[in-house]
Design a binder for this molecule. Structure first.
Ligand code: FES
Ligand SMILES: [Fe+2]
Length: 373
């Protein structure tokens, strides 16, 4: 991916006095996300013969694995009297039967094939006009992906990170349902300022002394798909005129090292709400943490967190045991739950931005551009 080299630095100003988000009206309205993207919704292993309803971008989709092994998605609502099809039964291969009166739908086309309680000659079937809306569904990288917009779906390829399907790769993760606005969650992912305060005392950061403040540049990748933060200056301790020195103590190795530009992680974000954090660890080498925020319904989102790493068998085994032994609990649960708790409790707009919010502003701008096309 040429995403992380040679991109252009962006220089939009954060205007602290802007009330709300009126500069980005389409983004303001996108409470249900960007439906014209493929969205991951569940681990493949969780979708079997039993129908399961998932919400994505305001649509409720019933997912079913058919006898041919494929997963199909239908609107979770029977056209007859509006019963969720996820309550239905699997009477015949390749079909789903509504639990109320037995209307039976073809999984691939959504067409009504039989109305069991009206006999084989039911005119409602012969009319050929009754069908449930179907959704494009794909399985990639052990995940089920849904395209929730109307119209033909674009190829899924560019929507699945290549790291998810690398032959010598590991993928592990966690999927949870959260209360909050997906935009607040995505903004928190790319937010430059918060980690230095909110996450300062977590176990995950125990051996990484965080700066008090830093300067960054937000860059867009050459292909235009990613925004990345690049640190230009980090200050580990400083004197604040009215309150004094913060943080009070600085570990000795930072005293020796002084101010630097080094960062333990590189943070990038892309549409429709995908974050990648590239880490370089002394023991594990390179690995990447991923976050997807998929809006489900108003004020709720699905939070998908993954770890990917590539390497030979020993590295893969080490990464797996490290994930299940520490990272899942220390990072995906304890560390990221600090963010979900904040997001759940946000009351905005209005808002009053400050300099580090440049990262958020660039992300809003990127969404606005995409929504305008
Ligand atoms: S509501 Fe589905 S068959 Fe009647
Ligand atoms: Fe965070």
């Amino acid at each position: 991916m040429g995403a992380r080299s040679g991109g252009q630095a962006l220089s939009h100003q954060v205007t602290g006095a802007v009330p709300g988000r009126s500069a980005y009206p389409l983004y303001d309205e996108a409470a249900l996300g960007l439906p014209n993207f493929w969205h991951p919704v569940a681990f493949s292993r969780r979708i079997g013969r039993k129908p399961r309803a998932v919400e994505v971008c305001g649509e409720t989709v019933v997912l079913v694995r058919s006898e041919d092994g494929r997963v199909y998605g239908l609107l979770d609502r029977c056209p007859h009297r509006g019963i969720p099809l996820s309550m239905g039964r699997r009477e015949f291969p390749g079909t789903l039967t509504c639990v109320y009166h037995g209307w039976t739908y073809d999984l691939a086309t959504g067409r009504l094939l039989a109305a069991l309680t009206d006999g084989p000659d039911s005119p409602i079937c012969r009319s050929r006009g009754v069908a449930v809306r179907t959704f494009p569904v794909e399985e990639r990288a052990g995940l089920v992906w849904v395209y929730p917009a109307e119209g033909e779906a674009p190829p899924i390829g560019p929507h699945v990170p290549p790291e998810f399907e690398a032959e010598d790769g590991v993928l592990a993760g966690r999927i949870t349902e959260q209360v909050g606005d997906w935009r607040h969650a995505a903004e928190a992912g790319f937010d430059e300022g918060h980690a230095k305060y909110l996450h300062r005392r977590t176990l995950w950061k125990l051996f990484r002394f965080l700066p008090a403040w830093s300067s960054i540049e937000v860059q867009r990748s050459e292909d235009g798909r990613w925004l990345s933060r690049r640190v230009t200056r980090r200050v580990y301790q400083d004197d604040y005129p009215d309150v004094g020195r913060w943080p009070r103590r600085k570990p000795f190795w930072k005293v020796l090292e002084g101010e630097g530009k080094k960062s333990a992680a590189r943070v990038s974000i892309r549409l429709p709400g995908v974050l990648r954090v590239d880490f370089r660890g002394p023991v594990l080498g390179n690995y990447t943490a991923w976050e997807f925020w998929v809006p489900t319904r108003l004020g709720r989102y699905r939070y998908l967190q993954f770890l990917t790493a590539q390497g030979g068998l020993p590295k893969r085994a080490m990464v797996r045991s490290w994930y299940w032994g520490y990272m899942r609990w220390g990072y995906h649960v304890r560390f990221n739950d600090q963010d979900t708790e904040v997001i759940r409790n946000m009351r905005t707009p209005p808002e009053r931005l400050y300099r580090p919010d440049q990262s958020i502003v660039e992300w809003r701008r990127m969404c606005e551009e995409a929504l305008a096309h």
